[in-house]
Design a protein around this ligand. Structure first.
Ligand code: NAD
Length: 343
């Protein structure tokens, strides 16, 4: 059993902790909490061990959630720490805690890529995390794009350029902060292109990012130019129907529609974990292919965090690890029911 803890119990941390607790080869040591609140109560009620910051230990006891120990003790008891702290806090945790204690860690996409030895996407570069001490799971947007671009690279060697416009959600549903209510912000040559290259190498890609006042999902419009004729719509459907972490949706037309179906189908927390490729947006015209994908930002990186651990300890090969992760998360079921709803 691999002992793993989750440092940072927010949007990503709580989902990764649930996934780890279902994995047969992983022991969830516990999670860190810095404030005694309802999330701590819910985690405790699920039987998850809570490790509190030393200075807040008494406040947790008073609140009725007795910590299993301090955050330092949690890290001591772990072989690998999943760092799911807010953007740019992981680097401090690395330098002040994990390195001093000689502990391995998985970081998230809000950290700069140089925090880790490699940037990780299970479908694209599973083996590169083998025996590494520090791995960064790339952001939700980059994870979605890697799952889409990698199969194209495997099928075609005449890619000329990729352009992506990303409409990002301004805040997560649980956020009290977020983007302005009446404005859409943009950033040309956004960092996403570089981020994708940290996984897929120096592919010709440019990205423009918009931040929109909504919370449900990211939406990307992708345009790919080939030197030869672009793949047909049928070719694209054939390629992605084989991808276990891509849902091929035929009739969805909005992010609210997809989330409503996730609710109606009873997916826990509305989590989809997959990138959705919208078949009704695929256009093949001469040398150019265009299509729209949607990225469920809260859940898409959860399977990648699990696979990153398995690769780091070299427990199984890519296929077995991805299949097991998908099994514990019920991805096959989510994929087939969502695809059937939008058939
Ligand atoms: P969040 O704000 O929801 O949760 C972060 C948690 O970390 C909070 O519970 C906070 O109390 C705790 N925390 C605060 N300081 C800490 C510290 N020093 N050490 C450990 N924990 C600390 O954040 P999130 O949205 O879950 O994002 C976490 C990481 O995942 C970021 O790097 C982010 O960029 C990345 N990410 C987020 C999303 C998303 O859509 N939310 C998607 C993919 C990747």
């Amino acid at each position: 059993m691999i002992s793993v803890s989750v440092n940072g119990y927010g949007t990503i941390g709580k989902r990764v902790a649930d996934a780890l607790s279902k994995h047969p080869d992983i022991k969830l040591v516990g999670i860190s909490k810095f404030t005694p609140d309802a999330d701590a109560r819910i985690a405790a009620a699920k039987g998850i061990s809570i490790f509190a910051s030393k200075e807040n230990h008494d406040a947790f006891v008073k609140f009725g959630v007795s910590p299993a120990g301090s955050v330092e003790e949690m890290v001591d008891a772990s072989e690998i720490v999943i760092d799911a702290s807010p953007d740019k806090k992981g680097i401090k945790n690395k330098e002040e805690v994990y390195m001093r204690k000689n502990k391995r860690a998985v970081f998230q996409g809000g950290e700069k890529d140089n925090i880790a030895e490699i940037s990780f996407n299970a479908r694209s570069n599973f083996n590169s995390a083998k025996n590494k001490n520090y791995v960064r799971v790339v952001s939700c947007n980059t994870t979605g794009l890697c799952r889409i671009i990698k199969p194209i690279l495997e099928n075609r060697d005449d890619l000329e350029k990729i352009s992506v416009s990303l409409v990002r959600r301004g805040a997560d549903p649980n956020d009290s902060k977020g983007s302005a209510l009446n404005s859409i912000e943009w950033e040309s040559n956004s960092h996403h292109a570089h981020d994708i290259q940290t996984v897929l190498g120096s592919i010709p890609i440019k990205t423009t990012a918009f931040k929109a006042p909504q919370t449900l999902m990211h939406v990307h419009s992708i345009s790919i130019k080939f030197r030869g004729a672009a793949p047909s719509k049928q070719d694209i459907e054939n390629i992605y129907s084989k991808e276990s972490r891509v849902a091929l949706l035929r009739n969805a037309s909005s992010t609210s529609d997809i989330i409503e179906k996730a609710r109606d189908l009873g997916f826990a927390r509305n989590d989809i974990f997959l990138v959705n490729l919208h078949a009704n947006t695929i256009i093949s015209d001469g040398n150019e292919l265009s299509m729209v994908i949607t990225v469920p930002q809260e859940s898409i990186v959860v399977p990648e965090n699990v696979d990153a651990i398995i690769s780091m300890v070299d427990l199984m090969d890519q296929k077995r690890s991805m299949e097991l992760t998908e099994k514990i998360l019920g991805l096959g079921n989510i994929k087939s029911r969502l695809e059937a709803a939008f058939a």
